[in-house]
Design a protein around this ligand. Structure first.
Ligand code: KIV
Ligand code: ZN
Length: 547
């Protein structure tokens, strides 16, 4: 690997950096750039209808600023902007944003697209990075700065003209020094200051300075240094909202945005699920859910991923990875036995009114529309806990520990045979069959239980014989009766029972479930039964075990 070919990005020296001491305490102002940056990165860009579909979803999720496109770049982008305005599809509290290069004819066309809009952010950019200045534009720092100033002037002048035509229109100005993270930070400050000198924003009427990591080229801590340096050196900082726009080339776009917020940024631009150029834009879902999982209101409604993910997948034609943070199909699923065991124990202890404390589940899957069915999946790696959890959660069966151990290899063998995950239904069927719960036999049509002082007596019709015995409690009396009839010595090692709300598949009227572990002439035997009442369930469980 030819690593010597590359050099580290130059970032400012900031020994007194403050951002590491800060904490995230509130959501930033969110800006969705799905319809622009996200769309720009698609092999098949969205049609107007597809854009409209995503627009409605973004509004529903609570975005208050949405970059709707680059109207001067294509007819679809222009038409979509017009459609939103002409059909009055922009709610009062939502502001559209449009992107444009610092070129006059494009800026003019952009305002044509915006005619009649109530409020819009006009986002102008030119690139400021070293490589772009030297190798693409072949321009000096002064020339690049002049391009930014000129662009800012056109944006301001055409806004005035547009307002004269349509006095209802309000414009907010935004400038991006494109490739900010690969620009000398002091120079980025200089360019942005020049832009502000044209726009003359005030704290009451601020402009927006958007700092893009157009290509992510350094680690999040050094990007945070760049942002903190920029903010600390920007004259008239109070008159600018600082916005961050990170891309994900190093896989750290979310981390970089988080640290940039610590460094003082106010606003974040990104896309749902991180769609965007190359490795994508900063994923708003991940950042918002990161905040949520620490008890911070994300100020976006992400609670219905099935709905909004379907729209995103449809319009982008990109399938969400099954392990995508927070919303991937299996991100709340445990396959390993020890994880399943820990989750089961925590879920059983978790109270509705206390903070979430469940091992391996950073949030309650129900908050993002996932039910617990998806949480534990039984496969060949699952231990006893997975099967027990499913049987309890789905079928109300509370297996004693010894039964969990006894059933685990049955579940494992089934998983190996089927190759993959066992459905809950198949697992339950295997359980019923393995413990003969679907069998009608033995039949105990008639029994009497009585008391004789401390002892209980039992008389029961069983397979055309009469069994009779006595003991301390019904269980012992039945074992005694069995011993009297067969000569086998029976000991009850453990017994458990519970009520059932409804009997699944077997014995429609069954209301009780009993589990017994017996020692019969030194051999362990297990008996399980469902019946209408607990006594019948107990007697049947013992007789099944003896059989
Ligand atoms: O990534 C980028 O730099 C952009 C700008 C145009 C803001 O998308
Ligand atoms: Zn971008």
């Amino acid at each position: 690997m030819k690593f010597a070919k590359y050099q580290p990005t130059v970032t400012p020296d900031l020994p007194d950096r403050q951002w590491p001491n800060q904490r995230l305490v509130k959501a930033p102002l969110w800006v969705s750039v799905d319809l622009r940056d996200g769309n720009q990165a698609l092999a098949n860009p969205m049609t107007v209808e597809q854009k409209l579909k995503l627009w409605h979803e973004l509004v529903k999720m609570g975005f208050k600023t949405i970059e709707v496109g680059f109207p001067s770049a294509s007819q679809v982008e222009f038409d979509f902007t017009r459609r939103l305005i002409e059909e009055n599809l922009i709610p009062e509290d939502v502001t559209i944003q449009v992107l444009v290069q610092a070129r006059e004819h494009l800026i003019k066309r952009t305002y044509e697209a915006l005619q009649g809009v109530k409020q819009a952010v006009v986002h102008v950019y030119n690139t400021t990075s070293i490589v772009q200045r030297e190798r693409v534009f072949e321009k000096s720092k002064a020339e690049i700065k002049a391009m930014a100033e000129q662009g800012a002037l056109w944006v301001k002048n055409y806004a005035q003209a547009a307002q004269q035509q349509s006095p209802v229109s309000q414009f907010i100005f935004q400038y991006s020094p494109e490739s900010f993270s690969q620009t000398e930070t002091a120079y980025a400050v200089e360019v942005c200051e020049a832009v502000m000198d044209v726009w003359l924003p005030t704290p009451e009427n601020p402009c927006i300075l958007n700092l893009p990591a157009t290509v992510e080229s350094t680690s999040p801590n050094r990007f945070a240094d760049q942002v903190e340096y920029f903010i600390r050196h920007l004259p008239n900082r109070a008159s600018a909202l600082i916005s961050i726009h990170t891309h994900n080339d190093r896989g750290c776009a979310v981390a970089a945005a988080e640290l940039a917020l610590l460094a003082g940024a106010d606003r974040i631009e990104g896309t749902l699920l991180g769609n965007g150029e190359r490795t994508g834009n900063m994923d708003i879902v991940t950042l918002a859910m990161n905040l949520y999982s620490e008890g911070i209101d994300p100020e976006l409604n992400l609670s219905n991923p099935d709905e909004w993910m379907a729209v995103v997948e449809e319009v982008t034609q990109i399938k969400t990875h099954m392990r995508h943070p927070w919303v991937g199909e299996v991100v709340y699923t445990a396959y390993s036995g020890s994880h399943q065991d820990a989750i089961r124990k925590c879920l059983l202890k978790q109270q509705a009114d206390e903070p979430w404390q469940v091992a391996y589940l950073p949030i309650d899957p129900k908050d993002v529309g996932r039910d617990y069915e998806a949480v534990i999946r039984v496969n060949s790696q699952s231990g006893k806990a997975g099967a027990a959890f499913v049987l309890e959660q789905e079928y109300g069966l509370k297996l004693p520990k010894w039964l969990q151990i006894d059933f685990a290899p049955v579940a494992q063998a089934l998983a190996e045979k089927q190759g993959g995950v066992i459905s809950h239904k198949n697992l339950y069927q295997a359980f019923l069959i393995h413990y003969a719960l679907t069998e009608k036999k033995p039949n105990i049509s008639n029994y009497q239980i009585g008391k004789a002082g401390e002892m209980e007596t039992i008389r029961l019709d069983y397979e055309q014989q009469i069994l009779e015995g006595r003991g301390k409690g019904t269980l012992c009396a039945l074992c005694d009766a069995w011993q009297n009839s067969t000569g086998q010595v029976v000991d009850v090692l453990d017994y458990a029972e519970h009520a059932m709300h409804e009997a699944m598949d077997v014995g429609k009227n069954a209301r009780a479930m009993a589990y017994v572990l017996l020692d019969v002439d030194g051999q362990k035997k297990i008996g399980l039964a469902m019946a209408e009442d607990t006594v019948s369930a107990m007697l049947l469980a013992v007789l099944k075990g003896l059989n």
